[in-house]
Design a protein around this ligand. Structure first.
Ligand SMILES: Nc1ncnc2c1ncn2[C@@H]1O[C@H](COP(=O)(O)OP(=O)(O)O)[C@@H](O)[C@H]1O
Ligand SMILES: [Mg+2]
Length: 164
């Protein structure tokens, strides 16, 4: 197995989590798989919304939670590939996952909430973002787990300051 890396950002506010998404979005390329893990209300959709708005350069773009639609598709723009925002929370049968067509998404960027419902390993080059409540629910600890591809891309991420 390839070496895995991690980065932890402790006690981030909502604005800081959005800023993290804002910094990661330009580093992504087609075929990327970004898994967003965490309990209900931990900030997965908040992260995805900030990411999609930055990627498409539309600060006020409507980015609804895909909890009910399961998948929302944002056409690529300005050289940025299509983004698929997926939420597996309501998935009941494995066929429903297959019908989402994630296997054919190699030309897109996939943001996936509740990745554990896939019931199988994530693609090797997944960027896993795990969100946990901290400071009694006011902030979050955000952990990034990734392999060598993202390690190269994230080399300069130490430039950002999150947390107080
Ligand atoms: N530090 C924080 N990071 C992310 N969300 C936060 C934070 N603090 C408060 N919130 C709030 O928590 C909620 C997270 O909701 P959401 O992003 O829909 O979660 P999920 O998709 O994980 O269920 C939002 O109302 C957001 O404003
Ligand atoms: Mg959500």
């Amino acid at each position: 197995m390839e070496q895995m890396h991690s980065r932890i950002f402790e006690n981030v506010t909502r604005e800081e989590l959005e800023r993290l998404a804002h910094l990661l979005a330009p580093l992504s390329t087609r075929g990327d798989f970004i898994a967003l893990k965490g309990e209900l209300g931990s900030g997965k959709t908040t992260f995805a919304r900030a990411y999609i708005r930055t990627a498409l350069g539309e600060a006020n773009l409507d980015v609804p939670s895909p909890t009910y639609t399961l998948i929302q598709n944002y056409p690529g723009k300005g050289g940025y590939p299509e983004i698929l925002h997926v939420d597996l929370y309501r998935i009941e049968r494995p066929e429903e996952i297959r019908e989402l067509g994630l296997e054919d998404a190699s030309g897109s960027i996939v943001l996936l909430e509740w990745p554990e419902r896939l019931g199988k390993n994530l693609p090797e080059e997944t960027l896993l973002v795990s969100l946990d409540f901290s400071s009694g629910g006011k902030t979050r600890n955000a952990t990034l787990n990734f392999g060598p591809g993202w390690q190269r891309r994230l080399k300069n991420l130490h430039l950002i300051r999150t947390g107080g």
